[in-house]
Design a binder for this molecule. Sequence first.
Ligand SMILES: Nc1nc2c(ncn2[C@@H]2O[C@H](COP(=O)(O)OP(=O)(O)OP(=O)(O)O)[C@@H](O)[C@H]2O)c(=O)[nH]1
Ligand SMILES: [Mg+2]
Length: 629
Amino acid sequence: MKRIVIGTAGHIDHGKTTLIRALTGIDCDRLKEEKERGITTELGFAHWHLDEDLLVGIVDVPGHEKFVRHMVAGAWGIDTVLLVVAADEGVMPQTREHLDICEMLGLKKGIIVITKKDLVDDDMVELVEEDIRDFLKGRALEDAPVVAVSASTGENLDTLRSMLRTIADTIDERSREGIFRLPVDRVFTLKGLGTIVTGTCISGSLGVGEDVELFPFTRKARVRSIQAYHDDVKEAIAGQRIALNLQGLDRQDVERGSMIARPDTLLLTSRIDASLRLLKLPIKPIRHDSILRFHVATTQEEARLVLLDSDQIEPGQEQFVQFVFKKPVVVLPGDRFILRGSYAVQTVGGGSVLDIMTARHKRKTDTLRETYTVLNSGTELEKTAYHIMKGSHRGVRLETLSIMIGKDAALTEKIGLILAKSSDIKIVGKTCIHSTFWTNYKEKVLAFVDEYHKANPLKVGISKEELRSRLPVTDVQVFQTILDECAAVGRIVLEKDRVTSGAHARANQNDETGKKIVEALRSSAFTPPGLKDLAAGIGINEKNVRELLDRLAFRGGVVKVGPDMYFHPDMIEELKRRAIHFLKVHQEMGPSDFKTELNLSRKYLIPLLEYLDQIKLTIRKGDKRVLRG
Ligand SMILES: Nc1nc2c(ncn2[C@@H]2O[C@H](COP(=O)(O)OP(=O)(O)OP(=O)(O)O)[C@@H](O)[C@H]2O)c(=O)[nH]1
Ligand SMILES: [Mg+2]
């Protein structure tokens, strides 16, 4: 069955609620106050099986100028509008304001319903129709069908029904894909059931038993049951009026204006980029830094307007702007908003959200114009690449990217893969990095390693951890992949935890001085020369000898037994062999046994014994050593 949501719009007392009652039999004015005063103050809801295969949800809005913010909340999720104009009054202030709002919310379809036809003669109906046509010239609903009806006599209600049927056929059913969002328009508690919230599901779907997160208070709850148009259902789908029974939630954790979504699929933001169009005259220009009311979905927040390209926005003009909110909001890119004055309360403009994770911009720069072009009219791929670019060297996790572009996880991954295929970005694990930063990071790695060798010519290389700490912050996995790519083309060599430049590593392979040192150690067997003697023997300074020895030790060319004490590896093997032999025969070995066995001086004795403990060949027992199990 196809599901669409239609809304009413129009001036106070023009017969919106009466019309819905005449069409559906449902009275949307449910409050006592509404009945007493004869006006609508809150949103009203009805549903209607227009055909077997068409279910129409109806949102009836108040016409009173004091309740325009409720009208915005109601109109936000609708597919099409019934613009109601009373035959005895014609176009009035809220006819205009409501139509402005519908247009700014992006509504392109609707029906103009002239009501109270029974109160006037046909000439008057014709006059009002002309008046309306004039008023609609050049606007989105210019070609919308017009019908004059009477709720009292029922005249032409059938024509209206068939017009609705026709329009419904032209409306695309909302996809159940996308991020699930339910802006709450009503909250109440039912005895035995607990908290119930209602709203129009604007995208995605949600099943019974799922966990949800509620904004702005970031509370968690579980969906106990779902009703769509008073029937129990297993799943809430975009385009339906929904009531959720939420478990594990206090009444005060949710209110009109709250947003419900799956956990971690939305976030709160205090600063957004947007495109703003001001309504035409008689709206006054608005200055940079003005405080306004920002209406989105069922919520409104106070916002400071940052004009990025000028100091003032003129009536009818469109500009790239930023909003800074007093309290954070939950929005997604593409969301339409309505702007109203905060003192003289009137609708002044509206537009769409472009970026919900943005930074403070330097105003009036050329780069901003490029940014605006991408965000406002770029392709999905261009926009996504832009957001990944914002992640700089650190990149953007796919979960975050999904919120940044307002697409669900599956689609986000698909877009990411397309970008990766065309080499615009790189994906490592779940992190996306723009190629610009990927390449730049590699350059930084290579430059840093080369610099390091220049400063420490005799050292093996820099430790990975040290290198990472000197470069821009990024994920460990990303860092390792960058190193691997550099190593794959021979620019660096990775050995244990060391990073060496390829050139440096190759130059060291036939290092004459190193060979001399190794030879000196071999020929002196168990009584290797100290650093000073080695230095004198080879003719380089002591510091260089130490660095060379450390480098040799790193690669296994020599063995470091203690501070400034190195042995040839063959000697160490011999030592181990003899110690094992002795211990197998005698079970234990004291320092004096060891001394005689190897004919060692005291100087080498203790460090070598400790070395054997350290490599876990032996274990100390009093002043003796035994073989470790
Ligand atoms: N004679 C006649 N009266 C009508 C018709 N439609 C509405 N009315 C009357 O007009 C008055 C206002 O109707 P509502 O339906 O409450 O108007 P509304 O547009 O919902 O008003 P708000 O929600 O407050 O903006 C009521 O007294 C209705 O009985 C009609 O077709 N014929
Ligand atoms: Mg009403």
